[in-house]
Design a protein around this ligand. Structure first.
Ligand SMILES: [Zn+2]
Length: 270
């Protein structure tokens, strides 16, 4: 049947707040592209991880920082297994809990009519994803936004938008724990790209950083690897630990994160 897209457009917001004196609010969003399941899974792992008060790193992070996660913001894209997202007034074909689009309209080159890439063109972007993000910003007033994506080749990467994020030291350190420092051609891999205001770039994170003044970090994990959700988790934890100034005794934050990933399916309890 044909239904208005807005009837399917319900997002799940997880609000993780323990701080008595809140100094920072971090909004973590994944699934801007509906066909990126690994970073969505990684964001869900983050919520679970941050829900364990027995973990010292968790209590340190949450002492002054509230974390709000939205693991899947492009609900309809995910139902269609498509990268793009419909605009508000669009009707979609809904059948057995899925949204039907043509196979050749699922990727980055061709979109169904009335759909577009939610990460591109803030001014021309009328997608439901953009509406959610605008509302979330109003509601949460985040001091930092993290967007988690899949799909980088061949190694993980972080894109940094906005002046404040330049000050987070050695952010690429955590990615170097998972990926080789050179790519398959033997060329040194750049783990972080700083997208300054002079770039010709009209993506969603760029506009948020340069027009609304909210610093943004966008993470990408390597496509098609089983460990990608855990890498998303590790990178997010590292960013949150650095950003909140977490102190965990003599152990380094990197070691603490890696130790908690070294598990039998129960890493979050350690
Ligand atoms: Zn993406």
């Amino acid at each position: 049947m044909r239904v208005k897209a807005e009837y399917l457009n319900k997002i799940e917001i997880q609000w993780i707040q323990a701080a008595e004196q809140e100094t920072a609010r971090v909004l973590v969003v994944s699934g801007v592209h509906g066909n990126e399941p690994q970073s969505m899974k990684g964001t869900r792992l983050l919520s679970e991880y941050l829900s364990n008060p027995e973990n010292e790193l968790v209590t340190e992070i949450l002492e002054g920082t509230t974390v709000v996660t939205v693991p899947l913001i492009n609900i309809i894209g995910e139902m269609a297994d498509a990268r793009s997202c419909p605009e508000e007034a669009v009707e979609v074909e809904f059948r057995d809990s899925t949204v039907i689009v043509q196979d050749d309209e699922k990727g980055m080159y061709k979109f169904p009519s009335g759909w577009c890439d939610a990460n591109a063109g803030w001014d021309t972007n009328g997608t439901l994803v953009k509406e959610h993000i605008a509302r979330l910003i109003e509601m949460i007033a985040p001091t930092l936004i993290i967007f988690n994506h899949d799909w980088t080749l061949t190694q993980g990467k972080i894109y940094a938008y906005g002046p404040e994020v330049y000050d987070i030291p050695d952010i690429e350190m955590i990615l170097k724990c998972f990926y080789p420092t050179s790519n398959i051609l033997g060329i040194e891999w750049k783990f972080i790209d700083i997208i300054g205001p002079d770039f010709l770039n009209f993506t969603l994170p760029f506009i948020l950083a340069n027009e609304l003044g909210i610093p943004v970090l966008l993470t990408e994990v390597c496509v098609g690897e089983d460990r990608s959700p855990e890498i998303t988790l590790a990178v997010n934890l590292f960013i949150l630990a650095m950003y909140s100034g977490a102190q965990i005794g003599d152990e380094t934050v990197v070691n603490r994160i890696l130790r908690s990933l070294n598990h039998d399916g129960k890493w979050w309890t350690r």
